[in-house]
Design a binder for this molecule. Structure first.
Ligand SMILES: [Zn+2]
Length: 301
């Protein structure tokens, strides 16, 4: 849903393309939150002057009796909460009550809106920047300086190949480990589950991370290719074992039409499910790459 439609419905003024309103003394901004690679939903965001503890988040969640609230770091660590609209994005008494409960809980915790420059900590800001879709008060000079630092850091990471070999090795090992639940479900339950296939790219990505190489913008693609290789290898290995049990080699068995058509059909399903798995895990991978850092902080310029 377009943010300007929400702004109209809730009678929220738009500031720099972001619907903003003050509710019970707090600034509430509406952003588009990406749930995965493609699906975005409008969510509300409140940004505070300091880091929230897990207990504080729980207290706010309890006030409205739901758990779909997320912590977010907007320049400062875990200083913001993101939460969905309730009962559709339409104004209602329920919505007002929901917002009152959340903001009351924030008052009880003594939370205050972020009103100082998060980079230098000083008040009386002279500018704003949009970071992660949220308007943040800043000093123009602080934002510019940080932008240069981040750009230099990202460029350095993009150029560096340090630890690449080790990371790729662990990415392959990770994909193998991630394929185990899928293998078990196929061998013991004759079942293929798309959700289990998502563990292959995820485990591969965490393997890559463990290797310590920079998480460049194209790494999710590399992880997808590794996962595809592992899935194809897994199916060949599975069917190879079936053939071997009957005393044939894989290529001999592929000469039998029943065997080869069943192999191709399972391979096709596996690749399809891996595709779904990659879609599910894409966001998780992407948000840790240099591309995501660049995107998050491009508004600092
Ligand atoms: Zn500053």
């Amino acid at each position: 849903m377009k943010l300007d439609i929400i702004a109209q419905r809730f009678n929220m003024p738009m500031e720099q393309g972001v619907p903003v309103s003050t509710i019970n003394g707090y600034r509430v901004q509406v952003i588009n939150f990406y749930v995965d690679a493609f699906v975005k939903v409008p969510m509300m965001c409140m940004m505070f002057e300091r880091t929230l503890t897990k207990e504080e988040i729980k207290t706010i969640q309890k006030a409205v009796g739901m758990t779909a609230m997320r912590m977010e770091s907007i320049v400062l660590n875990n200083n913001a909460i993101i939460f969905p609209f309730r009962r559709g994005t339409k104004p209602s008494e329920k919505h007002d009550e929901y917002m009152r409960k959340i903001t009351d809980a924030c008052h009880t915790l003594g939370l205050k809106d972020l009103a100082h420059c998060p980079f230098c900590g000083k008040e009386e800001t002279d500018s704003t920047r949009i970071i992660k879709d949220v308007i943040v008060p800043v000093h123009d000079a602080c934002a510019k300086e940080l932008y240069q630092q981040i750009t230099a850091h990202v460029e350095e990471l993009e150029k560096s190949h340090k630890g690449m070999g080790k990371s790729i090795f662990f990415a392959i090992a990770g994909a193998l480990v991630g394929a185990i639940p899928t293998l078990i479900s196929i061998i013991f339950f004759q079942y293929m589950l798309a959700i289990l296939y998502a563990l292959i790219p995820l485990a591969s990505f965490y393997g890559y991370k463990y290797g310590g190489a920079p998480k460049k913008s194209y790494i999710p693609v590399v992880i997808s290719v590794i996962s595809l290789g592992i899935v194809i290898g897994m199916m060949v290995w599975l069917y190879g074992s079936i053939a071997a049990a009957e005393g044939f080699t894989f290529s001999e068995a592929m000469g039998v039409q029943e065997f080869s058509s069943s192999f191709y059909s399972d391979l096709f399903t596996s690749i399809l499910f891996l595709g779904v798995g990659i879609l599910i895990s894409w966001r998780q991978m992407y948000k840790q790459t240099t591309a995501a850092i660049k995107k998050n902080y491009q508004g600092l310029k």
